[in-house]
Design a protein around this ligand. Structure first.
Ligand SMILES: [Zn+2]
Length: 793
């Protein structure tokens, strides 16, 4: 593990910055990742990032020494629809491309997470019983009841002889008689079985759904076979135990999978179907072939055929064969309830077959939106990254909320039984998104989008959630906005992130998946917002899009680390972004800039007529004090005894005297022609003070209004904070009077407190709603409905 918790990096920098010890922010810089001294905020990330090597270059690209392992799989699996159980046998061919000899191999047994007494079960902390939902209680009880975990039936070498193995919770070590030498390959086989979990009760990324109306099951099967753990240049074996949240770190390889299911099941899987002739009717086969070049949606299995399948359960079995090349995983779905639709999607110049599988319960939403959303996702993502490299892209409706696998994704939203649905979720986090149109479109965009990150750009999910979820959520936002004007995106716009950014209980984005607080905001929303701000306000679309595409291209079918992303974005754009990564990814500060003061300076002309008149006008403009006002009628001694008056009582201090003129002449004599001209400077010098209350340094997009009615917009780059991250005093030289200045007029910085952004301040209008107090009938009224149903007066 190379994970480094946020270190006290500030200490070294602070020493060079002792001169600013007066800053309040300095003390917080040592412990608070939102470094407040400018030197801290703009220090290079050097010691936070792994040292570049010839495997991973300082540019952020893979180097000449780059290597990664490869694992090819041949699998035969049987789905037991009676017992909700998987039985499988696989042969893995492991290619050791590393420069190291390996004495043993590690495999992942993810299903052991569901074993009683697993680390996941034992380390789970108590739920909040003050607000436990019915669903949460059902899940707790099902986890206690379920007979989970993998049974390993056999592990054998290529010669058929047993290989010794050791299971350590969710990992299995296979010991080799001879180390697997650098550059060599090895084949071995594993036979296993496990029970399938009820995914309507336990959130498990895979499992079954039972339909009591027709007695049928729908299966979404994932993390179902022993998979090679990743062996990497930066972490060795990535065999951090599976606790349920940090997802999957996997090797790329080719798959040949035979799936045996009840004869009337329809199967969707990673890869291309190899034996369509054997599993489809002639009519269905013709439709399937036609869909490949059709821009119109075609039903391969129609709603009527699916309904008929669901009625008459067949007792025989049938085997579906799939092949997939260069994928990091394999998932499938199976049910006799599946409708299957398909059409062509375009990825740049390539044709991709987009397909959806769903029960009749998913209609009418699914035939209208699912496959259309797949095609749209592939189109937009291909433009911002690389052409979708796989032949098919699939969306399946079932019990899993939203989960991604190579070429296939599981997406939960479906309408109510009466075929009605919401447009958007009614409030953040509630279940109505599972019954909403935009909930469905968004989750499909998101899960199909995961084909790019992490399925192809193969980041380490067990360690870093943001590397796939954050980048993917950012592209999801671009794709949603390209769907329709005003698309109700949940994440992406900076203003949607401000509540989280200002909240307590935060950890940096650069935190291990299992330890993240506020998971969705931290690993999805905040990085997506950060990338949006980088693109719109810091780098600009052209530089950002080029650099982002560069990252995707460089790490396509490879395994990047965070440093590779940070470095590539800078390398391809000539933009030093270390301050940005530090603040947004390693820190928990937020943007809250207050425009706290505006001062106006003008040149003193030295001309006594002009300057004394200005001073006189300043004094005249000054309001009398309260005492002065109340003393107006006061009888004063000087009025009664004029003999007390002298020269100073009579003279006007603003009168210009011959001595003043002489001083002026003398001053002018000492000046050159150029210097004298400067005394006539007519410009206004406005000094605007910005206070950084949130800790995160930010560019300052500004709108300046002038007395003549014109408006100017400009952006001051974040480097304005590079010496003092607490306060920036910015000079504006104008020939006109400024009447107003506004920071962040388009809410593009995630500033959490817009109320302090404008000079002069703006009123924040709002509404408050009165509530009616409620009362229960007292026990004397409870026996008779007639009585208690009457309003209490
Ligand atoms: Zn995701």
């Amino acid at each position: 593990m190379i994970y480094k918790f946020f270190p006290a990096y500030s200490a070294t920098v602070l020493m060079c910055f002792a001169g600013f010890a007066g800053f309040g922010g300095l003390a917080s810089a040592a412990g608070d990742p939102a470094a407040r001294s400018g030197a801290d905020a703009f220090a290079q990330l050097d010691y936070l990032l792994a040292t570049p090597t010839d495997t991973r270059l300082a540019t952020g690209a893979p180097g000449p020494g780059y290597w990664q392992q490869r694992a090819d799989y041949r699998i035969e699996v049987t789905l037991d629809d009676k017992a909700q159980r998987i039985e499988g046998r696989e042969t893995i061919t492991y290619h050791n491309e590393s420069p190291h000899d390996l004495p043993y191999l590690w495999l992942q047994l993810d299903q052991n997470r569901f074993r009683r007494g697993s680390d996941d079960m034992l380390t789970r902390t108590a739920p909040d019983f003050s607000q436990l939902s019915y669903g949460a209680l059902a899940s707790l009880l099902e986890r206690r009841r379920f007979e989970g975990g993998v049974s390993i039936e056999a592990v054998t070498g290529a010669d058929g002889d047993p290989l010794p193995y050791t299971v350590n919770r969710t990992m299995m070590r296979i010991d080799l008689a001879e180390p697997l030498a650098a550059g060599d390959s090895l084949s071995f086989s594993v036979a296993w079985s496990h029970n399938i979990i009820d995914a309507t009760v336990v959130s498990a990324r895979g499992g079954y759904e039972y339909f009591p109306e027709d007695g049928n099951y729908l299966y979404e099967i994932a993390q179902w076979f022993p998979r090679m753990a990743a062996y990497t240049d930066y972490a060795g074996w990535q065999h951090k135990q599976f606790l349920g949240r940090g997802e999957f770190t996997l090797e790329l390889g080719d798959y040949d999978v035979a799936i045996t299911v009840p004869a009337d099941h329809v199967v969707a899987a990673t890869g291309e179907l190899q034996n369509a002739e054997a599993v489809l009717t002639e009519e269905q086969l013709a439709r399937f072939r036609k869909a490949r070049t059709s821009d119109e949606l075609i039903f391969v299995v129609t709603p009527e055929e699916a309904a008929a399948n669901a009625r008459e359960a067949d007792s025989g079995t049938r085997t579906w064969r799939f092949r997939a090349e260069n994928v990091r995983d394999f998932a499938f779905a199976s049910s006799r309830k599946f409708i299957w639709d398909a059409r062509r999607a375009r990825a740049g110049e390539r044709d991709v077959l987009a397909m959806s599988f769903y029960p009749n319960e998913a209609e009418p939403l699914w035939s209208q939106y699912s496959t259309a959303a797949i095609a749209h996702t592939i189109d937009v993502y291909s433009r911002y990254t690389f052409e979708y490299p796989y032949p098919v892209a699939i969306s399946v409706n079932g019990p899993v909320g939203g989960m991604e696998y190579p070429m296939i994704s599981f997406n939960k939203p479906r309408p109510y039984k009466d075929r009605t649905y919401w447009d958007v979720a009614q409030k953040a986090g509630d279940k109505t998104w599972e019954r909403s149109k935009y909930g469905l479109i968004s989750v499909i965009i998101h899960e199909v989008g995961h084909n790019y990150f992490p399925m192809v750009v193969n980041s380490d999910e067990r360690q870093w959630t943001w590397m796939d979820e954050g980048l993917n959520t950012f592209l999801q936002f671009l794709t949603e906005q390209a769907w329709e004007e005003g698309y109700p995106s949940r994440r992406g716009e900076p203003a949607k992130m401000t509540e989280y950014m200002a909240s307590a209980q935060q950890v940096p984005i650069m935190t291990n998946s299992e330890s993240i607080h506020q998971f969705g905001n931290n690993a999805y929303g905040k990085p997506a917002t950060a990338l949006n701000i980088l693109r719109e306000s810091i780098m600009g679309r052209e530089l950002f899009d080029h650099a982002f595409r560069q990252y995707a291209e460089r790490w396509k079918f490879r395994r990047p680390t965070p440093a590779d992303f940070f470095r590539t974005m800078e390398d391809a754009s000539a933009t030093d972004l270390d301050w940005f990564w530090r603040g947004w990814f390693y820190g928990t500060g937020h943007v809250d800039v207050a425009l706290s003061q505006v001062e106006l300076f003008r040149v003193d002309s030295l001309n006594p007529e002009r300057e004394k008149a200005w001073e006189a006008s300043r004094e005249a403009a000054e309001e009398p004090s309260l005492s002065e006002q109340r003393n107006v009628t006061l009888e004063r001694l000087l009025g009664e005894e004029p003999g007390l008056r002298d020269f100073y009582n009579e003279s006007d201090e603003y009168r210009v005297t011959p001595w003043d003129y002489a001083q002026y002449e003398k001053a002018l004599d000492r000046l050159t022609e150029r210097e004298r001209a400067l005394l006539d400077t007519a410009e206004h010098f406005y000094v605007v003070t910005f206070d950084n209350l949130g800790g995160l340094v930010t560019p300052l997009p500004l709108r300046v209004s002038y007395a003549d009615g014109t408006v100017e917009e400009l952006t001051v780059p974040a480097e304005v904070w590079r010496r003092n991250a607490d306060r920036a005093r910015k000079l504006f030289i104008t020939d006109r009077e400024i009447t107003g200045i506004e920071f962040d007029p388009y809410r593009s910085t995630a500033d959490t407190q817009p109320a302090n952004n404008a000079w002069p301040r703006k009123v924040v209008p709002s509404r408050f709603r009165l509530f009616k107090e409620s009362e229960e009938p007292n026990p004397m009224r409870r026996d008779d409905e007639e009585t208690w149903s009457q309003p209490i007066r």
